[in-house]
Design a protein around this ligand. Structure first.
Ligand SMILES: Nc1ncnc2c1ncn2[C@@H]1O[C@H](COP(=O)(O)OP(=O)(O)OP(=O)(O)O)[C@@H](O)[C@H]1O
Ligand SMILES: [Mg+2]
Length: 276
């Protein structure tokens, strides 16, 4: 329908949108200024609708991630309280309850981290520092986790300085390394390379873990995305690690790429342009 009173229609549509109805669209075939205004209005409505959908998805994801640990905490505490679980097994169930509280606490930490990174005033303090030393520290910090799985770690790190926010990049290497460990089986291998090629510094983190299906790769960096949605309690995580990685790298103007094959392993490659 082409409006007889386009400005009036536009005013009504804007009022609808102010009430939260983002599905309103107006039609116009005219190429004049009003027609252009209507096209822009429709474009704005589409964008707002997308943001609104994302917000709804986000809330439902957060609720789900909160609900599932709470369900097991509630179930197991009740079972222990009602003496349904024999004394000798109680320790095991208390351990699960403890792990679930850790999961909730990690979720809130990661949500706060994302909120801070999303905000305009997120702290960003780049300094010049040795990236090879930082990567080595990440390997040391994660030693209990990779030792537990008897993973072999190979490092081939050139001594390289970068200009970046050290705390933020700490988080990137930690999240990538944690994934490499988490999705590896016993006795696997993790290789970390650092090299410089003209004005680009390359970091490669390669594992011999379970790999990622092809159709999952485009979604890896989305918030709450997990390949295995119904995974067991033993593989923990909320699917936020890689979205934080991506966000931090975007702030730095860096790129990340993934190559992976199921049953063979995954390689994450990060390019940092050297600006000094
Ligand atoms: N190195 C890897 N090998 C195999 N799969 C991986 C690897 N890294 C990530 N994935 C897959 O990508 C998904 C998203 O990773 P991401 O780090 O964002 O979340 P997570 O590890 O599930 O949870 P979190 O990092 O929030 O604790 C994981 O659930 C996993 O399925
Ligand atoms: Mg992770």
């Amino acid at each position: 329908m082409i409006q007889k009173y386009p400005i009036k229609e536009l005013t009504n549509a804007a009022k609808e949108m102010a009430k939260g109805n983002f599905s309103v669209r107006l039609k116009s075939k005219k190429k004049d200024e009003v027609g252009e205004l209507i096209t822009s209005f429709n474009h704005m409505a589409t964008e707002l609708e997308q943001i609104d959908n994302m917000r709804e998805d986000f809330v439902s994801n957060v609720s789900h991630e909160i609900q599932s640990p709470l369900t097991s905490i509630r179930g197991f505490t009740k079972a222990i309280r009602d003496d349904v679980i024999p004394k000798k097994d109680q320790h095991e169930y208390l351990d699960i309850i403890y792990q679930e509280t850790e999961r909730l606490s990690r979720l809130s930490e990661n949500l706060l981290r994302l909120a801070s990174l999303d905000s305009e005033q997120h702290p960003y303090h780049p300094v010049t520092y040795r990236l090879d030393e930082q990567l080595r520290r990440t390997v040391v910090a994660t030693e209990p986790q990779w030792k537990k799985k008897s993973l072999q770690i190979h490092l081939d790190l050139e001594s390289i300085e970068v200009f970046a926010d050290q705390d933020l990049l700490d988080q990137v290497w930690l999240n990538l390394m944690t994934n490499a460990i988490k999705y590896s089986s016993l006795n696997g291998e993790i290789e970390i390379y650092l090299s410089r090629d003209a004005d680009e510094v390359k970091v490669t983190i390669k594992d011999t873990g379970k790999g990622i299906p092809k159709d999952a790769i485009p979604h890896l960096f989305e918030r709450f995305y997990k390949v295995d949605k119904a995974r067991s309690r033993t593989v923990q995580g909320n699917g936020l690690g890689l979205s934080i990685v991506k966000k931090i790298l975007t702030i730095h103007g860096c790129l990340i790429d993934v190559v992976s094959e199921e049953g063979v392993g995954s390689t994450f490659m990060i390019n940092i342009s050297v600006k000094k």
